[in-house]
Design a protein around this ligand. Sequence first.
Ligand code: ADP
Ligand code: MG
Length: 238
Amino acid sequence: MSSIIHLNKIEKQYFMGGQGIPVLKGISLDIFKNEYVALMGPSGSGKSTLMNILGCLDTPTGGTYILNGKDVSKMPDDDLADVRNVEIGFVFQQFNLLPRLTAAENVALPLIYAGVNKEERIERAIAALEKVGLGDRSHHKSNEMSGGQIQRVAIARAIINNPAILLADEPTGNLDSKTSVEVMEIFGQIQAAGNTVVLVTHEEDIAEYAKRVIRLRDGIIESDNINTAQKGSPILTH
Ligand code: ADP
Ligand code: MG
């Protein structure tokens, strides 16, 4: 089976004051279709840097990244943006919804860029909201929803284009523990429905919802283990 994500000796340096500061120091990794991976590690270990590379928001300064069969390591920004739109759904810690728009309009945004007509946009947005348990909130704006609901809207937006991978950088970082569990269960359902999910968390009890746990330390992989005590009982949604 070929991997969706193949990293070979990925390096990243940030250049500051003419000096390169190494942050990722040779990350080699394969992630296969339908995996549910938690990326952990102390603050400053390079998790967000790696996620931004995985999500084609940034490029490595060394090594090779093959995403779904395409070498994206040295792609120009415009091509990278196209790949990102097709292959990647990204959820951030800060929810990043547009406050003036309803839940359905926020979820439908990527479809505007994809040139989908309005009727189909709304139909698909409502279907995506149903997948995250918010079918009855399609007309609500951010100020009419809880933090957990808003993050679920952001997840619905991230999956609207059926991306090859769903990436989330500390998606539960702004949520209380009960709401965090609800959000992790949504990710579990999305994975059970056939998607590949990679998320960052620094909380051990959140990582227990993933099937595989990769730990970074100081820019290298410290450990990479299958979680035999995976929590959550994902319900198939289709
Ligand atoms: P984590 O998400 O694990 O906390 P990051 O990937 O955000 O870690 O950061 C790793 C290291 O890289 C930190 O030392 C951070 O200060 C540095 N860093 C992150 N982004 C930049 C940037 N844009 N420019 C310079 N240094 C950065
Ligand atoms: Mg981070």
